[in-house]
Design a protein around this ligand. Structure first.
Ligand code: NAD
Length: 456
């Protein structure tokens, strides 16, 4: 499998892809190794993950560079991602002992009955991951899964393979046995081969289209399945905000990681009283973004990781223009080597346009004027997705009233494009099923065993 730098189109590596036979052999190795890993004291597994954390800090610059080379993420954002992973590991290490502890839930001295719950590892899990935040979306799964005693078949995205191999090497250096965490290299075929094996859980991050196939395959096997999928994340800007600071914050939420985040702001609704002022401030902010070599510290906008996405964006632009939207910035492919698209802003959009309904996953945004809160809420809820949604207003009560009516896994007041290790991460509708992060994101890698114990 050839790996290209999306910024230049240059070939940077060749790796050999897994076949169905090699995937089968890997699952068998993991199956054999998992019981001994689960039998280690929890403290021992946590100590190993702590060493993995140290390895990340020691390797930081090499890891950031590799990530930037293979996915095109601007280097400062690569470092941010790695530092963010450290915080998540800290959370898992701190919380796992409490979450995984066996609990006594009932005692009846008279009948000498005791009821307890223990948390057993699922066994062997498949972790099929995305490329846009490989350390985050991977780490949300394999770190707590390993701590809980699972063996992990980790299939990085074919666009983040080198990062996946770095992760494996660091886990081994930390003391994770080579049969307990095993990378599976390849694209759709390798992922599909993994799903044909008898795994106990499937933890997938990616698009809705792939997630639907993955869910169906896992369902047939009766494996536990979690799907973290896309979003069409809306923001509503009320009439009482400081327009300039709201515009700065929302532009960052829309264009950070070149708009390739599951929780990127994908559409903006603005109260009619401040609409024009907001649009002006927003466009000024977007025009300031530095586009350039992702290895340069000053760069904010890099290339798109996947070349086919250029066509998706081009089609959304053409559709919006044809239906009467106003193009205020960008609008086209940046010619030359690599896969580049201009930061693009439209106003005068509506929900007949693909730009406002389908995931864009790139540096493009539509801003729509609304008359009141009720109209904003109706529009925010008018997609198949429900990952994140936010409101900007000085009035907390108003924000809470609006956000309570929005169908979304995460909601934001005066912030956006934000993930916290302490809070559960989940989606509604086409954004997925299951939870990572938070304490639920540790428990999810276990199955509760119910103990009914009657003494003599
Ligand atoms: P994708 O669906 O193209 O691929 C995801 C993974 O699935 C890759 O590893 C790929 O090789 C594998 N795959 C592809 N076809 C498969 C098949 N038939 N069987 C098994 N595996 C298969 O998604 P992507 O382009 O890597 O990621 C972008 C998408 O991920 C966006 O929609 C984004 O919103 C979403 N995402 C969601 C979250 C979240 O937390 N909800 C986080 C990051 C990304």
């Amino acid at each position: 499998m050839k790996i290209f730098n999306p910024a230049t189109g240059a070939l940077i590596a060749e790796v050999s892809e897994d076949s169905t036979a090699s995937v089968r052999a890997k699952v068998a190795r993991a199956r054999a190794a998992q019981p001994a890993w689960a039998a280690l004291p929890l403290k021992k597994r946590i100590d190993i993950i702590r060493v993995f954390r140290t390895r990340i800090t020691e390797m930081m610059e090499t890891l950031a560079r590799t990530l930037t080379l293979e996915v095109g993420k601007p280097i400062r954002q690569s470092r941010n991602e790695l530092n963010g992973l450290l915080g998540r590991i800290d959370f898992f290490i701190a919380e796992a002992p409490r979450v995984l502890r066996e609990e006594r839930v009932h005692t009846d001295r008279k009948s000498k009955l005791e009821e307890r719950i223990s948390h057993e590892a699922l066994g062997v899990i498949a972790n099929i991951s995305a490329w846009n935040y490989p350390y985050f979306v991977g780490g949300n799964v394999f770190v707590p899964a390993l701590i809980a005693g699972n063996a992990v078949l980790y299939k990085p995205s074919e666009y983040a393979t080198l990062t996946g191999l770095h992760i494996a090497a660091m886990l081994y250096q930390a003391g994770v046995p080579t049969d307990v965490f095993i990378p599976v290299v390849g694209g759709a075929a390798a992922g599909a081969a993994l799903l044909r094996q008898a795994v106990d859980g499937v933890f997938f991050t990616g698009s809705y289209a792939t997630g639907a196939k993955v869910g169906a395959a896992a369902g047939r096997r009766m494996a536990k399945v979690q799907l973290e999928l896309g979003g069409k994340d809306p923001i509503y800007v009320c009439d009482d905000v400081d327009v300039k600071s709201a515009a700065e914050s929302i532009a960052d939420g829309a264009f950070y990681n070149t708009g390739q985040s599951c929780c990127s702001v994908e559409r903006v609704y603005v109260h009619e009283k401040i609409h024009d002022a907001f649009v002006k401030a927003f466009v000024e902010e977007v025009k300031r973004f530095k586009i350039g070599d992702p290895l340069d510290d000053a760069t904010y906008i890099g290339p798109l990781t996947r070349r086919p996405q250029l066509d998706v964006l081009r089609r959304q632009v053409a559709d919006a223009k044809r239906k009467g939207a106003r193009l205020l910035a960008g609008g086209g492919i940046i010619k030359g080597k690599g896969s580049w698209f201009e930061p693009t802003v439209f106003s005068g959009v509506d929900h007949t346009m693909a730009l406002m309904k389908d995931e864009s996953f790139g540096p493009i945004i539509g801003i729509q004027q609304v008359a009141n809160d009720a109209e904003a809420i109706a529009l925010m809820n008018d997609t198949e997705y429900g990952l994140t949604a936010g409101v900007y207003t000085v009035d907390e009560k108003r924000a809470r009233r609006i956000l309570a009516q929005v169908h979304s896994g995460s909601v934001y007041w005066n912030c956006c494009d934000r993930v916290s290790p302490r809070l559960p991460w989940s989606g509604v509708g086409h954004s997925g099923i299951g939870v990572t992060l938070g304490t639920s994101g540790i428990e999810t890698f276990t199955r509760p065993k119910a103990w009914h114990l009657r003494g003599n």
